[in-house]
Design a protein around this ligand. Structure first.
Ligand code: ATP
Length: 230
């Protein structure tokens, strides 16, 4: 479904990705794991269109999406939850979640919201509260629900577990499982390998902007856990 080939990303003189090639097949949950600065966010940001690669190709269903602007990629069925729980603090929980389905029609939005509230009752209980007043874990759940709200075919999750208490790690894991049950394809970047390894089918261990290992979760588990402590 998603093919990344020979991707280079540079920020001025800094090379963040070097010849990166990654495949995500339909229905898979693929994990990018690696220490700080390994290049995980740069990979996700290149797919969503927030950074422009210096070289290489990104194909979605065989189509090169390099020329598709960031705001149009959502319409291709890509959902995105950024690193660091970026919710809109003064908007309510409900407004935050619905912003993920912006421009999609009232009926679609209502159905998506009903579904999300049935999965995470907390979103209903806190619907009218400004998102900035929530705890870190609650904000992360709102950010993920926002990405789920458009019911994307490909969901990009950047560090969904970082800095969260175990109770929220469980809730976020449940959200990801719900998307898996719906057949969503997922690409997830995560430093906290342990909970992510429970959800992924395959993974890539990254370091210095390159893939160091790839394989099934069983094959990469040891090196993924080693990177977690770097
Ligand atoms: P983290 O978990 O810290 O986000 P990461 O694995 O996601 O790490 P990236 O954020 O992709 O890694 O960073 C890869 C490299 O690119 C690092 O050396 C980082 O310092 C650098 N980098 C990332 N964003 C920028 C930027 N906007 N300007 C300059 N350098 C950047």
């Amino acid at each position: 479904m998603l093919e990344i080939r020979d991707l280079d990303v540079r920020y001025g003189g800094i090379t963040a990705l070097r010849g990166l090639s990654i495949d995500v097949r339909q229905g898979e949950t693929v994990l990018l794991v690696g220490a700080n600065g390994a290049g995980k966010s740069s990979t996700i940001n290149a797919v969503i269109g927030l950074v422009r690669p210096a070289r290489g190709a990104i194909r979605l269903d065989g189509r090169d999406i390099a020329a598709v602007p960031c705001e149009r990629r959502a319409r291709l069925g890509i959902g995105y939850s950024p690193e660091g729980r970026r919710v809109f603090p003064s908007m309510t929980v409900r407004e935050n979640v619905l912003s993920g389905a912006f421009g999609m029609g009232r009926r679609h939005q209502r159905r998506a919201l009903d579904w999300l509230v049935s999965v995470f009752p907390f979103l209903g209980e806190r619907a009218s509260q400004p998102a900035g007043q929530l705890s870190g874990g609650q904000q992360q759940l709102v950010a993920i629900a926002r990405a789920m709200c458009s019911q994307p075919r490909l969901l990009l999750l950047d560090e969904p577990f970082l800095g969260l208490a175990p109770i929220w790690v469980r809730q976020i894991s449940e959200a990801i499982r719900e998307m898996q049950r719906r057949g969503t394809t997922i690409l997830m970047a995560e430093q906290m390998a342990r909970p992510a390894l429970k959800l992924a089918t395959r993974g890539y261990v990254m370091r210095g902007g390159e893939v160091r290992r790839e394989g099934t979760v069983a094959e990469i588990r040891d090196s993924a856990l080693a990177e977690e402590y770097l």
